[in-house]
Design a binder for this molecule. Structure first.
Ligand code: 13P
Ligand code: SF4
Length: 365
């Protein structure tokens, strides 16, 4: 007789050390049936259990390649949705805590994007003139919207290539939900900032005039990351004054002034790779989430490399932080007992259209 899944309450009271032991025991029982994917921002006490790690692009490719029955995603909700979309129907994507969302992804929703599309349609022939591009940090129904309207998904590591593809289809791009990644990408492609306008979803016609919409090449959704907004150019100025030989690397979710003042701008995977491959004795200021920066600082210290966090306040991805050893132990013990908790299942019609937009991205990146 099938019994109910173990409830989370007793796990919540478990000490971290006990959790670690129980995670290891459950994993040993599961063997190859389960694979644990971890984003670079994951906390150290969970990251140590990862089979595979990476940025959003790498993790979406790895999810598509795994043949494990259970794909346990230690990341945020949109990442687990991508894993569900990219895996075969018999595979199950699992998010150990359903409250692990992405505040940036939540800044755009289907109703608002559809309203934007309708309002742009009053001024433009949208299906002929605008390619919708969604950052992977978005809900599956927005990826489906892009799939349906000739658009595409991008990540922080392929945004330039994807934008080129988008402009090869139609003369304008609607980019959501991260205005900073969109602006930096447009700038890198050579567009003057005057060609880039911000669509405010809470205002009629995005707060723009018909003329502004007609003139614009790139329409950016008014969204941002609550973590990366904390990094300021003044942090870079202070660092450079103190360490003229130091180098600065930032994630493209940082604001334009921060990206422009950095020596390198790139995805989490790019940041990790660049610093790991840098010569011994170098010093770095890093503009991205604290768990990644702390781990990297510890890893490269033996090579005499100094890695410093950009902000003066603690900025962590508090939602990703919700995936803790307690939730991981609870998830794995249930799986080892044949019970699936917190499966992420994108409805079939949405998954089909979202996959179209994801496959377009993977085909060119
Ligand atoms: P990456 O794709 O660079 O890992 O970025 C994901 C993310 O959410 C950064 O905030
Ligand atoms: Fe979302 Fe920002 Fe967290 Fe990345 S760091 S997952 S963009 S809230």
């Amino acid at each position: 007789m099938q019994t109910a899944p173990l409830s989370f309450a007793p796990f919540n009271a478990l000490a971290d050390a006990d959790c670690q032991e129980r995670i290891r025991a459950a994993r040993a029982k599961l063997g190859k049936k389960a694979v644990i994917l971890c984003h670079h921002y994951q906390r150290a006490d969970v990251y140590q259990h990862a089979d595979l790690t990476g940025d959003s692009l790498k993790l979406s490719k790895l999810a598509a390649q795994t043949d494990s029955e259970y794909v346990v995603f230690c990341g945020v909700h949109f990442m687990a949705e991508v894993a569900d979309i990219m895996t075969a129907p018999h595979q199950i994507a699992i998010l150990p805590d359903l409250a692990a969302g992405c505040s940036m992804a939540d800044m755009a929703n289907l109703a608002k994007v559809e309203r934007c599309w309708r309002e742009l349609g009053e001024v433009l022939d949208v299906e002929a003139e605008v390619t919708p591009v969604t950052y992977i940090n978005s809900a599956a129904d927005l990826k489906a919207f892009c799939g349906e309207h000739g658009g595409i998904v991008c990540t922080s590591s392929n945004a330039g290539t994807i934008a080129q593809w988008a402009f090869a289809q139609r003369p304008k791009v609607l980019f959501f939900p991260d205005q900073h990644l969109g602006r930096w990408t447009g700038h890198q492609m050579g567009f003057p900032l005057d060609d880039i306008v911000v669509w405010d979803p809470d205002l009629e016609m995005g707060g723009l005039t018909a003329e502004q919409i007609k003139q614009a090449k790139i329409l950016l959704w008014k969204g941002h990351c609550s973590v990366h907004q904390m990094f300021q150019k003044s942090h870079i100025d202070t660092f450079r004054a103190k360490h003229p030989d130091g180098q600065v690397i930032s994630h493209p979710e940082c604001n334009f002034a921060v990206c422009a003042a950095s020596d390198y701008v790139g995805s989490t995977e790019h940041i990790v790779k660049t610093i790991k491959e840098a010569p011994a004795g170098t010093r770095w200021l890093v503009g991205t989430e604290l768990n990644l920066v702390d781990r990297l600082a510890r890893e490269v210290l033996p090579q005499d490399k100094i890695v410093q966090f950009m902000a003066t306040t603690i900025c962590m991805c508090s939602t990703m932080q919700r995936i803790d050893p307690q939730h991981l132990a609870w998830t794995l013990e249930n799986l080892a007992d044949g019970k699936v908790v917190n499966p992420i299942q994108v409805p079939a019609h949405e998954a089909r259209l979202a996959k179209l937009a994801l496959d377009r991205m993977l085909a060119i990146s």
